[in-house]
Structure formats: structure tokens, C-alpha cells
Design a binder for this molecule. Structure first.
Ligand code: NAD
Length: 372
């Protein structure tokens, strides 16, 4: 199966395939770029074979591997773009452990994975992601120094979600200013899909700013928590993207903006925390622009968490005010993208990708000339 020639490979520096028959570990670590700093990105523990259960065993294994390779490369490149656009001294990477965490996750397997990270000598730092938990990071930390998002320790930055939520709120305000020409949110309606760790805080910030919120979640308890702290209209999950609102804030899943949902969206702005919201990175980006809907690129608006983690990688103490200033800068970055998009008549997602690549390429050239 091709790796170098896939679109997702896109200038990766290094891809490491890890196998340990003693613990059952099969993992891939992708380092997209270390130009701006050490590559940082979470470890996804995922049963890639589950989607191919109906195929014969051999075919299912091959397809699962293909999916894992595609996933890790795409996510790793995404981390490079996210960190570049947030102006961080961090590169982009990601790792996946292949298999069902419920059945194969053991401390021995996680420690074996940690040894592979350690061998990379600090070019890749891992963190929690889908299928891994804070305790798993502590276990991995037993065999490698290169873990962030830890709950304790001198430089630990703790839960990134409140910073992500603050960044999303700031980004919504920037998008409203650009698209609707308003400097406040008073009386505007925002539809939030998913009121978990990030969505709940976004809801609270919005209500405090005078916005009306419409929410949905598949977990009733999460809806109740939002209702307990103030007013909100609740709708069924499959209706939220289509409600009458000024802003749609996806804060749950990826792929929610697609050929089926986009024609039903009434909001003039899409600005939320969820990663990979565009089902088709090129076609959906273009379609939103065509329909006059302003899309705040996901990896720019949801960068508050990684902004908070940067100091942990560089072993620095960052006070709350400095961290808040960095998160607030998301508004300026988004405005730069919105203005370039208007000027060049190109979709915002495309503009963001080009700006991120330019930032990385410029630094790469500067490093090369300094070395010559
Ligand atoms: P979370 O799991 O705490 O919250 C997600 C919420 O979405 C949950 O309440 C869940 O029940 C709900 N949900 C799931 N499927 C749904 C559906 N079909 N319809 C409606 N609701 C649904 O996760 P989170 O940490 O709040 O993250 C939310 C999103 O933001 C994710 O896509 C995540 O990748 C992204 N993100 C989070 C952070 C962070 O700091 N936590 C940083 C960057 C990006």
C-alpha cells in the first residue's frame, strides 16, 4: 500500500511503524513537521478493523491498516497547521495504536509504546486523544519523558478544555464582527451541537454575553448541566445544524458539514470546537463559501487547548494572564483569514491551509539559510 504518494503524506518528515509481539502493540507515529518546534499531537487508540468486520480476515486487516495510516497522516498534518496558525513553537505529529482499547489496552502495551516515543529523542510528544485517558498518559510517562497534558508535575497544564472553549467564544465574536458587522452578541442565537467539556463552557460564555442558545446532545445529563445554569432551547440531535440561528457551533463530532447538511444550514456563520468538521476538506469548504456562509477553520478556532499546553513542552511557567492573551489572539488570526478569503475570493479553509504551509516553509527556509 502506498504511503509516500498518498495525499495525506504531504511532506511528512518521519513515519514510524511500531510492533511488539510480546504486548500486542501495533502503532504508527507520524511526525509531519518539526520545523517550528517539537511535534505534538495526541495518541488515538482505535479499533480500525471494526469498520471492516464483514470483509474476510485478510482484507479486513489490510483495510484497517490503510485506515490507520490515512488517519495518522491526516491528523498529524492537521496538528502542524494548527500549531503554525496559533503561532506556537510546536510542530505537528500524531500517533495511533491499532486495536480495540477495551480488549488490548494493558500497562505493558502502553509502556512499550512509550519506549518507541523515547527513541525519537523529543521530536514527538504525545498526549491524550480518543481511546486514551489521563491515566494512560501517566503509564506511558513511565517509559518516556515526552508526554504532555499530564495532571500533575511542575509544568503540568491540566485540562485544556476551558482554554479551548474560551478560544471558541473569542472566535465566534470575531466571526460575528466580520460577517454581521456587530461587536456584541446581545440577542444573537447560537446553535451548539454537543455540550460536553468544551460545548458546555462555550454555552456559558455565550449566555453571559447576552446570546440565546439552542443546544443538543446525545447524553441527557450533559443537557441538564447546561439547563441547570441558565436558559437554553433544546432540540433533537439531527435538527441542530438546520435551526434558525445566526451561528452554528459544532462541538461534538467531525464530518458534520457535508453534502447533505450544508444545504439545510440557515446560520451565516460556522464556528465551533469539533475537529475535522468538513466531511470533504475541499468540496465542503467551497460549498460553504458559495452559499455565503462564513466558516471559521476548525483548527484555528479550537487551538486554545494546544496554546495552553505549549508551556508544558518547553518547560516554562506561564501565568493565567499570558495564557489568556495567547488564546485571545485566535480572533486576530481568524480575522486575517476572513479578510484574505474576501480579497482572494477563496474559501477560508483553503486560505488557512495555505497560510499555515507558508509559515512552516518560511521557517524551514530561514533555518536552512542560517545553517549554510
Ligand atoms: P466531549 O466528549 O467532552 O464532548 C462532546 C459532546 O458531544 C458530548 O457531550 C457528547 O455526548 C456529544 N455528542 C456526541 N455525539 C453527538 C451527536 N451525534 N449529537 C450531539 N451531541 C453529540 O468532548 P470535548 O472535549 O468537549 O470536545 C468536543 C469537540 O472539540 C471534539 O470534536 C474534540 O475533538 C474537539 N476539541 C476539543 C478540545 C479540548 O480541549 N477538549 C480541543 C480541540 C478540539
Amino acid at each position: 500500500m502506498p504511503v509516500f504518494s498518498t495525499r495525506a503524506f504531504n511532506k511528512h518528515e518521519q513515519v514510524v511503524f511500531c510492533s511488539d509481539p510480546l504486548t500486542g502493540l501495533r502503532a504508527i507515529i507520524a511526525v509531519h513537521s518539526t520545523v517550528l518546534g517539537p511535534a505534538v499531537g495526541g495518541c488515538r487508540f482505535w479499533d480500525y478493523a471494526a469498520a471492516h468486520r464483514n470483509a474476510s480476515l485478510d482484507v479486513a486487516d489490510v483495510r484497517a491498516e490503510e485506515d490507520a495510516i490515512f488517519d495518522v497522516l491526516r491528523l498529524s498534518r492537521g496538528m502542524s497547521y494548527k500549531n503554525a496558525m496559533a503561532g506556537l513553537r510546536l510542530g505537528g505529529g500524531k500517533s495511533v495504536i491499532i486495536g480495540d482499547p477495551k480488549t488490548i489496552k494493558t500497562p505493558e502495551l502502553l509502556q512499550s509504546f512509550g519506549r518507541y516515543i523515547q527513541r525519537l529523542g523529543g521530536s514527538y510528544y504525545t498526549a491524550e486523544d480518543v481511546g486514551t485517558k489521563p491515566q494512560d498518559m501517566e503509564t506511558i510517562h513511565g517509559t518516556t519523558d515526552y508526554v504532555v497534558g499530564l495532571e500533575s508535575g511542575e509544568f503540568a497544564t491540566g485540562d485544556p478544555s476551558p482554554h479551548t472553549a474560551k478560544g471558541v467564544f473569542t472566535g465566534i465574536k470575531a466571526a460575528v464582527r466580520h460577517k454581521l458587522g456587530r461587536t456584541d452578541l446581545n440577542g444573537l442565537t447560537v446553535a451548539i451541537q454537543g455540550v460536553g467539556n468544551v460545548g458546555r463552557d462555550v454555552a456559558n460564555h455565550l449566555r453571559a454575553a447576552g446570546a440565546k442558545i439552542i443546544i443538543t446532545d446525545i447524553v441527557q445529563e450533559n443537557i441538564e448541566r447546561v439547563l441547570a445554569s441558565g436558559e437554553a432551547e433544546v432540540v433533537a440531535g439531527d435538527k441542530i445544524h438546520a435551526v434558525d440561528a445566526d451561528v452554528f457551533a459544532p462541538c461534538a463530532l467531525g464530518g458534520v458539514l457535508n453534502a447533505k447538511t450544508i444545504p439545510q444550514i440557515k446560520a451565516k456563520i460556522i464556528a465551533g470546537a469539533a475537529n475535522n468538521v468538513l466531511d470533504d476538506e475541499v468540496a465542503d469548504d467551497r460549498e460553504l463559501t458559495k452559499r455565503g456562509i462564513l466558516y471559521a477553520p476548525d483548527y484555528i478556532i479550537n487551538a486554545g487547548g494546544i496554546i495552553s499546553v505549549e508551556s508544558e513542552v518547553h518547560k516554562e511557567h506561564l501565568d493565567d494572564a499570558a495564557r489568556a492573551r495567547k488564546v485571545a489572539h485566535i480572533a486576530e488570526t481568524l480575522t486575517e483569514v476572513f479578510e484574505a478569503s474576501d480579497k482572494q475570493k477563496q474559501p477560508t479553509g483553503k486560505i488557512a491551509n495555505e497560510l499555515a504551509e507558508k509559515r512552516i516553509d518560511d521557517k524551514r527556509r530561514a533555518l536552512r539559510s542560517a545553517a549554510e
